[in-house]
Design a binder for this molecule. Sequence first.
Ligand SMILES: Cc1ncc(COP(=O)(O)O)c(C=O)c1O
Length: 394
Amino acid sequence: MEYASGRHFLQIPGPTNVPDRVLRAMSKPTIDHRGPEFSELSLEVLEGLKRIFQTAGPVVVYPSSGTGAWEAALVNTLSPGDKVLMFETGHFATLWRNIATAFGLEVDFVPTNWRHGVRPEIVEKKLSEDKNHQIKSVMVVHNETSTGVTSRIPLIRQVMDRTKHPALLMVDTISSLASIDYRHEEWGVDVTVGCSQKGLMLPPGLGLNAISQKALEAAKSAELPRSFWDWRAMLDANRAGFFPYTPATNLLYGLREAIYMLEEERLANIFVRHDRHAEATRRAVRAWGLEVLCENPAEYSSSLTAVMMPDGYDTDALLDMVLKKFDMSLGIGLGKLKGKIFRIGHLGNFNDLMLAGTLAGLEMGLSLAGIPFSKGGVTAALEYLEGTHRQNAG
Ligand SMILES: Cc1ncc(COP(=O)(O)O)c(C=O)c1O
């Protein structure tokens, strides 16, 4: 490939741009993972993660991608033949379903049109009908990265409580953690699945499970085979700041720095920042005369926006153009949305001018790729961003 000067714009919805502070933290020499310095590092990181998940309970960290953390949630809590309730909100929900099926779970997979999130009333219906409590777990992707739709977890918790159903609630926060408001404990979630390469601003390589007391109890009788993912060995070793196998030491250095940064900015401000950038992006999309994939404004994602292509135009040519001319990567359409949408990531280490650059590259790309659209999206976004600054100053 030709040399491209300046900085690459990594605007896929994860992995996200890794801040220099995190990169520098990771460049320290690797240390003995059985020594006192490591134990201090991991105890600090494990405590910090609890604050990010908003829980007092344990969080475990695997040297894995998010897919490993999905598998860990299942094998630690369920037994072969258990019934679970899942929702086809998009590509990632489908992949999680595939893991459940591979482990011999009986999945009730509720379809959607991939343009809205989990409907609480369907959860309520399914749980009310399940008089014998055959459903052992309700499993939801909080922010469906393939569609830019965020399901409303507190409403799902409410219907689970209203029907007095004892199922576990498991939530994938892979593209929402530290980007969109999420409260493991207050929302009564039993297992939250996360990973490093999105809101936590790290490279890929860490998979996370936040675990409730009820999930720890379920782990005692769960019969799915587990070894690498076993919470028990992990939690035993973690008590003294160690791991049952070699941890991803340098990523933990990066994670410690990322937690410092998130806490310097504060979670509440981070969520507002993501909401602003998402709203500015949607204004740009509408000004271009294009359509946001998410149908329900109450479910708009603040970490990414999926945009529908006009009929007869494929996203590949547009994304190729934007990469070649402006050195920017945008998200492709996944699964059944391949070629039909593109996704703008606006999560992680990100600010107004990075968004301005992203939208400017896209507006020029739309024009160069010959897509029918109206100019003015960048201006609409900038006016909104400027307006919110003015309001805050006033
Ligand atoms: C919502 C969601 N869940 C799960 C995954 C899978 O994570 P990984 O690719 O790190 O295994 C992804 C990846 O982007 C995701 O966005």
